[in-house]
Design a protein around this ligand. Structure first.
Ligand code: GUN
Ligand code: ZN
Length: 436
């Protein structure tokens, strides 16, 4: 075994695939594919991602984990998900505002109890790993301790998780409301306590325009300006009744995005969930700001919110990542979510290419989170977060993919695959999940 740094050098032999740039823009120049490849990891960082034959000579004494027959890709990045809603997934019958009031707000009140938050955080993160998701931008609840529970559990697993205390000072049950001052103070305390620990990041998190007063949105904008290393994470333009209510609550704003822009919340570190009903002007302003949208197809279909217009976002040059948005989303599986993204695009008249879909769920998601230099591509120098896909996971997947070219196998994994197709998940080169 070769020792170069703090940890032994590791090597993984498999079919390697990473999509490092948008195939729709460069014709696939950023697709790195090695049918018989070797991923070499030193101190948790990618040292090489090449053909096995080329590397075996350069590192002659490497001990190699042999995963031939598996497809090794970057870990998935979930750019929008709510950990406190884990147990409320599949809650029947309502659209956004009633669903929040009747299903979600009661469940979130239970996170005042730290033991409950610890238990759900552990289950949630293990579920991400089972689905091949190695990084996520995560909503917690209004309770600061709900963020601490998630951060502690992520630190213990060495996951790259970004989260923050939800800010909500109106239009929510009393038990879920903070104030401008308590929201600011608790956010600031969390930023100071957790900055620089493990691979964690902080997101200033006003839930959405309806549950914050203008004063709280202004405070959130000021907090982000004071801590420019934070992200801004919120919801935007999801449901038509929501949009109408936002227009009534903020008559001075020209549209929903403008509500956030007026309060300093639209920057190149902002991630907006949904953005379904945005016009070209809005998309152009988002692109100018460098803000990102989390496309959450299973949620948008489940709540009947609408069909995200990926072509419109593309035309404007808006960055897009993929979000599961559990518990409105119906699966933790990014593979399954990409299958639903494909169908939403089909209804809109465009076929989402499987390599582009993979890029959206990895490198593009990483860029949306401001982490494009560290994760998402398995390029040398990046953190070695990856997973092994198994096209033999089910009899149907095997029958559909055996003997097929890469594009077809990848597409079949997105249409037919889910957690069953995740053979193993690795964080910085260390196995974090193995399918039993
Ligand atoms: N808008 C405000 N809060 C939420 C939430 O929890 N889920 C979804 N899908 N939309 C929201
Ligand atoms: Zn959401």
């Amino acid at each position: 075994m070769a020792y170069r740094g703090l940890m032994p050098t590791k090597a993984f032999r498999a079919e390697l695939l990473a999509v490092r740039s948008d195939p729709a823009r460069d014709g696939g120049a950023g697709i790195a594919h090695h049918e018989d490849g070797l991923l070499v990891v030193e101190d948790g960082i990618v040292a090489a991602f090449e053909d096995h034959a080329a590397l075996a000579e350069r590192w002659p004494n490497l001990e190699i984990e042999d995963h031939r027959g598996r497809l090794l890709i970057p870990g998935f990045i979930d750019t929008h998900v709510h950990y406190p809603q884990t147990e409320r997934i599949a809650s029947y019958g309502l659209q956004l505002l009633d669903w929040l009031e009747q299903h979600i707000f009661p469940a979130e009140q239970a996170f005042a109890d730290r033991a409950h938050a610890d238990a759900i955080a552990a289950f949630f993160l293990d579920e991400l790993l089972r689905n091949g998701t190695t990084s996520a931008l995560v909503f917690a609840t209004v309770h600061a301790a709900s963020v601490e529970a998630l951060f502690e559990a992520a630190l213990a697993r060495d996951m790259r998780i970004v989260s923050g205390k939800t800010l909500m000072d109106r239009n929510a049950p009393e038990a879920l409301r903070d104030t401008v001052e308590s929201g600011r103070a608790e956010s600031e305390a969390l930023i100071r306590a957790w900055r620089g620990r493990g691979r964690l990041g902080y997101a200033i998190t006003p839930r959405f325009a309806l549950t914050s007063t203008p004063e709280q949105l202004a405070s959130a904008g000021a907090l982000h300006a004071a801590h420019p290393d934070t992200l801004v994470h919120t919801h935007l333009s999801e449901n038509l009744f929501e949009i109408e209510a936002v227009a009534a609550a903020y008559p001075e704003a020209c549209d929903y995005l403008d509500v956030y822009a007026r309060h300093g919340l639209v920057t190149d570190r902002s991630v907006f969930a949904h953005g379904i009903h945005l016009d070209d002007g809005c998309m152009a302003r988002m692109a100018d700001a460098g803000a990102a949208i989390a496309f959450c197809p299973t949620s948008n279909l489940f709540l009947g919110s609408g069909l995200f217009d990926l072509a419109r976002a593309d035309a404007a040059g808006v960055r897009v990542g993929i979000g599961t948005d559990v518990g409105a989303g119906t699966s933790f599986s990014i593979l399954h979510t990409l299958g639903e993204a494909y169908k939403v695009c089909q209804i809109r008249g465009a076929s989402l290419d499987p390599f582009r879909a993979l890029w959206l769920a990895t490198a593009s998601g990483a860029a949306a989170l401001g982490l494009g230099d560290r994760i998402g591509s398995l390029a040398p120098g990046q953190e070695a977060d990856f997973l092994l896909l198994d096209t033999q996971a089910t009899p149907l997947l095997a029958r559909r993919t055996n003997g097929s070219p890469l594009a077809e196998r990848l597409f079949a994994l997105q249409i037919l695959g889910d957690d069953r197709a995740i053979d193993a998940t690795y964080l910085r080169g260390v196995q974090a999940h193995r399918r039993s």
